[in-house]
Ligand binder design. Structure first.
Ligand SMILES: [Zn+2]
Length: 322
């Protein structure tokens, strides 16, 4: 399996300054300080920093967003932002900068998919906000405006002509939006690990998608992190064996760490390292190492930032830091 072989792949850190313009206010858990902490932590690990390709992503177009979203909904976000912003739903707000931020978040993922498939960077992490995995066809939900990872999967299929895509989601919450936006395509498979019972209340284990292409793994708060890691690896193999994806997307939510301000899971940095290296070793076996990882949640900024460094070191094939 080569699980301990740290294969080196060109690895990109993809971001966009506009992601900082989604102004939710400091009282909102999904605030801009999350990205500030990540940027600082990446810069403070010089070995990692100099290893990475630093990429400023682009903005997704309306046509691209329409691969997964209702055009009228997409345009409504543009006009709400142009009018200074508004509350979109009970949890999600838009500010004047949120159109530019949300289109940049989605566009960074599209750039990451382009780079993975044209060979410029097999691996990447997109440090973007707003997050995406709760957004559905025609509405925002749970801090999310556009379904960044779902869009990346659809874009890989429709624009690049990729045959099979696997998306895995280790955010503490069910990736309901991603599931809804990809599950009608039997050539996209989706795994979500999530705390149960918990927001958003979907993702029961018997929900396996219309083509048996979804695995939902609900688990209780406080479970031993080892149990989580084993369940992840087993479910990953259950879903992907015989499927042979051409590209693996990761909804990397770090609200599954112990000490998160919202989540109740107990993962530590060693588990972030383990999960990441598991995914990259599988990617080396089946898809030339291609892993496009995308930030979702993670609401204790210093823990989030440390986890991103651990995750990126593993993506880049660097040894885990002491
Ligand atoms: Zn989450």
């Amino acid at each position: 399996m080569g699980r301990l072989a740290f294969e080196m792949h060109r690895t990109a850190f993809v971001s966009h300054s506009d992601c900082g313009r989604h102004d939710t206010g400091w009282g909102h858990p999904e605030h801009v300080g999350r990205l500030v902490a990540i940027m600082r932590a990446i810069r403070n690990d010089y070995e990692l920093f100099q290893q990475l390709e630093h990429v400023e992503g682009r903005h997704a177009t309306v046509d691209e967003l329409a691969l997964v979203h209702d055009r009228a909904y997409v345009e409504s976000i543009r006009s709400i932002a142009a009018n200074g912003g508004a509350r979109l739903d009970i949890d999600t707000v838009a500010s004047e900068g949120s159109w530019d931020a949300a289109t940049a978040a989605a566009g960074c993922v599209l750039d990451a998919v382009d780079m993975a498939l044209d060979g410029r960077a097999a691996r990447s992490f997109s440090a973007v906000r707003p997050p995406g995995h709760h957004a559905v066809y025609d509405r925002s939900m749970g801090f999310c405006i556009f379904g960044n990872v779902a869009l990346g999967a659809r874009y890989a299929r429709k624009v690049h002509g990729v045959e099979r895509v696997l998306a895995v989601d280790w955010d503490v919450h069910h990736g309901n939006g991603t599931q809804a936006l990809v599950q009608d395509d039997p050539n996209i498979r989706f795994l979500s690990m999530h705390q149960w019972p918990f927001y958003p209340g979907t993702g029961i284990a018997t929900d396996r998608g219309p083509h048996d292409n979804v695995r939902n793994v609900p688990m209780p708060a406080g479970l031993p992190p080892e149990d989580y890691a084993v369940a992840f690896e087993r479910s990953f193999d259950d879903l992907s064996t015989g499927f042979k994806p051409d590209l693996i997307l990761v909804s990397a939510g770090f609200d599954s760490l112990a000490g998160d301000a919202i989540g109740g899971f107990t993962l530590e940095m060693e588990h972030v390292d383990r999960l990441t290296r598991f995914v990259t070793s599988r990617a080396d076996e089946v898809c030339n190492g291609r892993v496009v990882s995308v930030l979702e949640g993670g609401y204790t900024p210093l823990r989030l930032a440390q986890a991103v460094v651990v995750h990126m070191r593993a993506l880049a094939g660097l040894p885990a830091a002491e």
